[in-house]
Design a protein around this ligand. Sequence first.
Ligand SMILES: *[C@@H]1O[C@H](CO)[C@@H](O)[C@H](O)[C@H]1NC(C)=O
Ligand SMILES: *[C@@H]1O[C@H](CO)[C@@H](O)[C@H](O)[C@H]1NC(C)=O
Ligand SMILES: *[C@@H]1O[C@H](CO)[C@@H](O)[C@H](O)[C@H]1NC(C)=O
Ligand SMILES: *[C@@H]1O[C@H](CO)[C@@H](O)[C@H](O)[C@H]1NC(C)=O
Ligand SMILES: *[C@@H]1O[C@H](CO)[C@@H](O)[C@H](O)[C@H]1NC(C)=O
Ligand SMILES: *[C@@H]1O[C@H](CO)[C@@H](O)[C@H](O)[C@H]1NC(C)=O
Ligand SMILES: *[C@@H]1O[C@H](CO)[C@@H](O)[C@H](O)[C@H]1NC(C)=O
Ligand SMILES: *[C@@H]1O[C@H](CO)[C@@H](O)[C@H](O)[C@H]1NC(C)=O
Length: 396
Amino acid sequence: MALHFITALLTVMFLVFVGRARSQTRVFDVRQFGAVNGGKIDSSDALLSAWRQACSLGGMNVIRVPRGTFLLSPTILAGPCRGSMELRINGILRASAALSSLDVDYWIVLQRIDDLNITGDGVLDGQGHSAWKYNDCFWNPKCKTLPTTLRLQDVNNTLLHDIASVNSKSAHLSIFACQNVSLERVKLTAPGDSPNTDGIRVGMSSYVFIRDSVIGTGDDCIAMNHGSVKIIITNVTCGPGHGISIGSLGGSPDENPVRLVWVGNCSFVGTTNGLRIKTKATSYRSLVSGITFADIHVENVTNPIIIDQQYCPSHTCDPKAVSLVAIHYVKYKNITGTSSSQVAVNLQCSPAAPCLNVTLQDIDLSYHGDTTSSCSNVFGSSSGIQHPPPCVNNRS
Ligand SMILES: *[C@@H]1O[C@H](CO)[C@@H](O)[C@H](O)[C@H]1NC(C)=O
Ligand SMILES: *[C@@H]1O[C@H](CO)[C@@H](O)[C@H](O)[C@H]1NC(C)=O
Ligand SMILES: *[C@@H]1O[C@H](CO)[C@@H](O)[C@H](O)[C@H]1NC(C)=O
Ligand SMILES: *[C@@H]1O[C@H](CO)[C@@H](O)[C@H](O)[C@H]1NC(C)=O
Ligand SMILES: *[C@@H]1O[C@H](CO)[C@@H](O)[C@H](O)[C@H]1NC(C)=O
Ligand SMILES: *[C@@H]1O[C@H](CO)[C@@H](O)[C@H](O)[C@H]1NC(C)=O
Ligand SMILES: *[C@@H]1O[C@H](CO)[C@@H](O)[C@H](O)[C@H]1NC(C)=O
Ligand SMILES: *[C@@H]1O[C@H](CO)[C@@H](O)[C@H](O)[C@H]1NC(C)=O
C-alpha cells in the first residue's frame, strides 16, 4: 500500500516536472555565447549560436541581448524552430559602418518562423551615415539596394513591440511574405534627407497590424507594395517623411493587388505627402482596391491627399506613358489640418484605367486660407464638409 502510494507520488512529481520543463521559458543570453559589449567586436557568431540552440528546442525560448552595445555584421536567423521564439533586445545592436556591410541588402533577417516575439526597449542602430552617400538611386535606375535593418520574411503569428530603429542604411523594417504580424509602439528614426530610408515596407503579406508608432524618416513612413492585403494601420505619427503610401505599383509584371487597407487615427507633421497612392507609368496591369483613410490629421503637409499614376522617381519616364494599374473603392473620411501647398487634394488618375468609386467625406484642409483640388479621370462621390471644393466626377 505504502509502496504504491510512494510510486504514485513519484509518478505525479515526475509528470509535474516534465510538464514544467516543457512549458518552461529558457533564456539564452548572447554573452554566454561569446557576445562582447563595447561595440567593437563582432557578436554575430554569438547571436547565431544562441539562435541555433534555442531554435532546436521545444517550449518557449528567449534570446536575450542585454544592456550594452553589440556590433553585429549581417545576420540571418532562420527557422523553422521547434518551439516559440522570443528575441528580447534590451541593448543596442549596432551595424557595421564598413563598406563590406553593403555587399548584401540586409542587416538582420528573420525567416521561416512561426510564433515569434520581438520585444525589449532596445535599439537597432543601422549606421546609415556610412552608407547614404552610396545611394545613387535618384539618377541610376539600376542602383544597388542598400541593407534593410530588419527583414521579416515568411514569418507568421508574430508580435514586434517597443523596439527602436535609428539611421537605417535603407528601409528600417521590411515585412515580406508574412501572415499575422503586429507591430506596436515602434519608433523609427532617420534624418528627413536620408535617401530611401522607408520606415516600414510591406509586400506579399496579409493581416499586418501597425499601431501606436512614431516614424520620422527620409522616405515613406509606411509603403504598402504589391500583395499587401488586409493591413490595418492605426495611431501612427509620421514626419518627417514622404507619408503613408500604397505602391509604387506597376513596375513589374504579375504584381498582386493591394487590397483592404485601413489607415485610421494617424497624423502627419511636415511631410511631403500624407495619404498617397502611386503607380508607375508606363506600367504593367495591377489593382488597388478597398482602401480607407479615416480620422487623419495633417499639419503643414505638401500633398495631404494624392493619387499619382505618373510616379517617376528616377526622372527618366515618358510623360505620355499611361498606367494600367486600376484604383477602385478608395475612401477618404474626416481628413483635417493644414496643407503647405494650395492643391491639397490632388487625384491624378490614369486615362487608361480611371479611378472608380472614390469617396470623399468631411475633408477640411486649409492653406493660408483657400485650398484647391485637382482631378483627372476620377469617378465617385463626395459628402459632408468639403474644403477644398471637390472635383470628383460623380457621373461615370
Ligand atoms: C506562414 O503561413 C503561410 C500561409 O498559411 C504558409 O504558406 C507558410 O508556410 C507559413 N510559414 C511558416 C514559417 O510557418
Ligand atoms: C511576447 O511579449 C509579451 C510582452 O513582453 C508577453 O506578454 C508575451 O507573453 C510574449 N509572448 C511570447 C509568445 O513570447
Ligand atoms: C496572430 O498572432 C498572435 C501572436 O502575435 C497570436 O496570439 C494570434 O492568435 C494570431 N492570430 C491568428 C488568427 O492566428
Ligand atoms: C498612440 O501612440 C502613442 C505612441 O506610441 C501612444 O503614446 C499613445 O498612447 C497612443 N494613443 C492611443 C489612444 O492608444
Ligand atoms: C480613432 O480612435 C477613436 C477613439 O479610440 C475610435 O473611436 C475611432 O474608431 C478610431 N478611428 C479609426 C478610423 O480607426
Ligand atoms: C476626426 O478625426 C480626428 C483625428 O484626426 C478625431 O479627433 C475626431 O474625433 C474625428 N471626428 C469624428 C467626427 O469622428
Ligand atoms: C512647413 O513645411 C515647409 C517645408 O515643406 C517648411 O519649410 C516650413 O518651415 C514648415 N512650416 C512650419 C510652420 O512648420
Ligand atoms: C461604383 O462605381 C460605379 C460606376 O461609377 C457605380 O455604378 C457603382 O454604383 C459604384 N458602386 C458603389 C458600391 O458605390
